[in-house]
Design a protein around this ligand. Structure first.
Ligand code: HEM
Length: 427
C-alpha cells in the first residue's frame, strides 16, 4: 500500500528528536534533555519504542490532557497490534481501570474512587498515616542506620494504600515488592518478566478478596468497588473491579515512594532547605508541591490520537502515539518563573505532576498527606540523616517513574517512641 502524499510530506516536515525515555542517557540527563525539548521542540517525534510524538511544552501537555476525546487513554486488549495502546510506552498488557478507559465508561469507575480518596478523607487519615510512619521509624531509629527506601518510603505508602483497600496490612510486601520491581525494570528484561509473573499472582490474591467482599462486604474500599452497580443496576464486571483495585495498589505504592525518596535526597544535598523545613514544618505542604514539580516522580503518560489533529503547530495523524512529558512541562519557563530553581514556598504552583483533566491523579490528596507526614516525622526524629551516595541506587530507567531502589543512610540514633502498627483502616 502506498502512503498518502500528505502523510509523506508531514513525516518529512515534522521535527524529530532522539529520545529513548527508558535509556540511561535520559535517566542521567533528564533535566537538560527536557529543557532542550521545551525550548526548541515542544511537540516533536521520536522513533524510539515504535515511534511516538513527545509533548514537552506546558501549554501543549495541558491541552492534550484536557482533550480526552482526541487524545485517548484507551488500551484495546482485543487488538494488541492496533493503535489503541493505552497510557504506558511500551504498553503494559493488563487491564488498567480506570486509567485506560475513556469517558463515559471511565466515569463509572472513577466516581467510586473520588469519595474514599477525597481531600477530606485524606486529611482524616493523617493519624493513621502518622502511626504507620512512626512504627516504621521505631524499627530502626535506635540503630543509627537504615535503608530509607526499603524501611520507610516503600512500606508507608504501601501499608496506607492496602489499609484503605482493606487488605491485611501484614501482607504489604506481597503487593509492594512486585510493583516496585515492575516499576524499575526495563520492559522486556528478565526482572520485568519476573515482576509481571509476581504481579499476576498478586492480582489473583486481590481477585479472591474482591469475590469474598462481594459476598460479604466489610466497608473498606474493596467492598465499595465489589458491590457497586452500573447505570443498569447490575454489579460491575468482576474483571474491571479487580483491575480498579489493582490500579489503586499500583498508583498508591511506588509513586509516593519515589516522591519522598527524591525529596530526602534533595534535602540531603541542600542543607539550607532542610534547616528551613525543620524550623518551619508548616511550609511542608507547599514544599511538597514544589518537590512534585521539580523532582517529577511520574515523568510520562501516553495517549493515542483518535483523529487527525494539530498540537503546537504539528500535524498529528489519527492512530499516532503521543507521549506527554509531565517532567518537561513542569520546567517550562512560559509557565513557571525560574523553573530550574527549587523554591519551597512557590505559590501558585500549577504543576502537572499529577496530570490534568479527567484522569488527574485520584490519589493526589492522599499522596500529599503521606509525603508531608513522612517528611515531618523524618525531620523530627532523624533530622541529621546522611545518605550514602555511593550505595544509594536509582532506578535504571525512569521511563515511567523516577525513583530509588535503595537509599542506605546513617543518623544519630534516637530511641523508639513505642508506636505500634495499626491493625487496619477502613474507608
Ligand atoms: C506522588 C504520588 C503520585 C503521583 C506523582 C501520581 C501521578 C499520577 C498521574 C500523573 C496520573 C494521571 C495518569 C494519566 O493521565 O494517564 C495518575 C492517575 C492515577 N493515580 Fe496517581 N500518582 C500518585 C499517587 C497516587 C496514589 C497515592 C494513588 C492511590 C492510592 C493513585 C492512584 C491513581 C489512579 C487510580 C489513577 C488513575 C486515575 C484515572 O484514570 O482517573 N496515585 N497518578
Amino acid at each position: 500500500m502506498q502512503a498518502h502524499p500528505d502523510a509523506v510530506r508531514d513525516q518529512a516536515a515534522r521535527p524529530t528528536i532522539e529520545l529513548d525515555h527508558h535509556g540511561a542517557d535520559y535517566r542521567d540527563r533528564w533535566q537538560e534533555i527536557s529543557d532542550g525539548n521545551v525550548a526548541s521542540c515542544p511537540v516533536a517525534h521520536t522513533a524510539a519504542h515504535g515511534g511516538t510524538w513527545v509533548v514537552s511544552g506546558y501549554e501543549h501537555v495541558v491541552e492534550a490532557l484536557r482533550d480526552h476525546a482526541v487524545f485517548s487513554s484507551y488500551q484495546d486488549h482485543t487488538d494488541p497490534g492496533g493503535p489503541m495502546r493505552g497510557t504506558s510506552n511500551p504498553p503494559i498488557p493488563a487491564l488498567n481501570v480506570p486509567q485506560e478507559l475513556d469517558p463515559p465508561l471511565h466515569t463509572v469507575y472513577r466516581r467510586l474512587l473520588n469519595g474514599p480518596l477525597s481531600p477530606e478523607q485524606s486529611r482524616r487519615r493523617e493519624p493513621f498515616i502518622r502511626q504507620v510512619t512512626a512504627a516504621c521509624l521505631d524499627r530502626f531509629s535506635a540503630k543509627g542506620q537504615a535503608d530509607l527506601v526499603a524501611e520507610l518510603t516503600n512500606p508507608v505508602p504501601a501499608i496506607v494504600t492496602l489499609g484503605i483497600l482493606g487488605v491485611p496490612l501484614t501482607d504489604w510486601e506481597r503487593y509492594a515488592g512486585p510493583i516496585h520491581l515492575l516499576t524499575y525494570s526495563p520492559p522486556g528484561s528478565a526482572s520485568w518478566t519476573e515482576a509481571m509473573t509476581a504481579v499476576g499472582e498478586m492480582m489473583a490474591v486481590l481477585g479472591a478478596l474482591v469475590v469474598a467482599r462481594r459476598a460479604e462486604p466489610t466497608g473498606d474500599l474493596i467492598s465499595v468497588l465489589a458491590t457497586a452497580t452500573g447505570d443498569d443496576g447490575e454489579l460491575l464486571p468482576l474483571d474491571h473491579v479487580i483491575a480498579t483495585a489493582g490500579l489503586v495498589v499500583a498508583g498508591g505504592v511506588d509513586t509516593t515512594t519515589a516522591l519522598v525518596s527524591h525529596a530526602l535526597h534533595w534535602l540531603h544535598r541542600n542543607p539550607a532547605d532542610r534547616d528551613r523545613l525543620i524550623a518551619d514544618p508548616g511550609l511542608l505542604p507547599t514544599a511538597v508541591d514544589e518537590f512534585l514539580r521539580v523532582l517529577a516522580p511520574v515523568q510520562f503518560m501516553s495517549r493515542t490520537a483518535t483523529r487527525d489533529t494539530v498540537l503546537g503547530g504539528q500535524r498529528i495523524a489519527a492512530g499516532e502515539r503521543v507521549m506527554l512529558a509531565f517532567a518537561a512541562a513542569n520546567r517550562d519557563p512560559a509557565a513557571f518563573d525560574c523553573p530550574a530553581e527549587m523554591r519551597l514556598d512557590r505559590t501558585p504552583n500549577r504543576h502537572v505532576a499529577f496530570g490534568s483533566g479527567v484522569h488527574r491523579c485520584v490519589g493526589a490528596h492522599l499522596a500529599k498527606v503521606e509525603a508531608v507526614v513522612m517528611l515531618d516525622e523524618i525531620l523530627r526524629r532523624i533530622p541529621d540523616y546522611v545518605i550514602d551516595e555511593q550505595a544509594a541506587e536509582r532506578y535504571p530507567s525512569i521511563g515511567a517513574i523516577n525513583g530509588y531502589i535503595g537509599m542506605p543512610s546513617t543518623f544519630t540514633p534516637t530511641p523508639a517512641v513505642g508506636a505500634v502498627f495499626p491493625a487496619s483502616e477502613s474507608v
